[in-house]
Ligand binder design. Sequence first.
Ligand code: NAD
Length: 353
Amino acid sequence: MEFVYKARPARVIFGAGSLRHLEREVLELGANRALVLCTPEQRALAQSVADRVGARAVGLYDQAAMHVPIEVARDAREFAQACGADCAIAVGGGSTIGLGKAIALESHLPILAIPTTYAGSEMTPIYGVTEAGLKRTGTDARVLPKTVIYDPELTVTLPAELSVTSGINAIAHAAEGLYAHDANPVMSLIAEEGIRALAQGLPGVRRDAADLGARSDALYGAWLCGTVLGNVGMSLHHKLCHTLGGSFNLPHAQTHTVVLPHALAYNAAHAPDAMERIARAIGADDAARGLYDLARENGAPVALKSIGMAEADLDRAADIAVANPYWNPRPIERPALRALLQDAFDGVPPRRH
Ligand code: NAD
């Protein structure tokens, strides 16, 4: 056994109602002038977050948007400066936390993240900014949130379908983490437990979006899966989703949900240990089929054609995905990849090509 394990410093406060610790956590950061960030849709929640810190909230910026457009990042940075902010509280999903990261990258403001989806961005030093239609991503320790408050009560408003797809988006981080070239035994433990917790929580969330027990399981799983994303490299699945999201404007969490079973089927024979651990975590005989069933049985989309992909674009998607070489347990073979994309487009159960 040989590996490198690096712990990333983050303070995590978890539990239903844990938002009540917000002011204590702002002070713990040594901060006194918080800027609250959110999307336009989550302004009311952000206002209630600002109210909790009273006079320590010096501004509220509500223009966070998918993929962090550069204009929004610049505008928010200027707003942070004008407010004299000494920390940013990002309350929302990956888009809002991504905006916090874009601010932290240039201003060094510490971020306190309050995630309300299962995307996992709060646990990673990865940032992305979109300029002229192109998303530029990078890794920088400065963008990793210093403190994360996970309060399952804030996730009950996340609609059931988005909850399931966002949860499977998180499972994808852990699944690819299990066969990463730089995998390590600690991350693999975290990955398996994260998948287990999400697979346990999502059906309950789907039955009753306000079930706090199920919401806690799912958010706990999302934290663990996000940790994996922040620590080890991703492969074919994330590359495909990045291509489909970036070049064809497909919705983030839904794309992950549709592609994951097929990406796992592609890699299965080259990563048998990872497949065994995923299957065990979800209580299925087969990892790829089990995740396909988890999505379908919980009302999530299973076909690219149902989330806005055009069949005529599948060839171009395959070309883009093979264009930049990246590590994957199985070599990237265009014909098999094209067949995988066709299966994902049609929504048939995953199979090996
Ligand atoms: P999102 O942040 O775009 O949120 C989608 C919508 O749901 C928004 O309108 C948001 O306001 C709303 N919403 C969020 N939480 C809600 C709640 N609890 N109740 C009701 N509405 C709610 O979606 P996402 O899937 O969390 O994030 C996707 C983005 O994050 C993508 O741009 C992706 O690239 C990025 N991401 C980055 C990383 C990273 O490590 N850098 C990791 C994962 C995702």
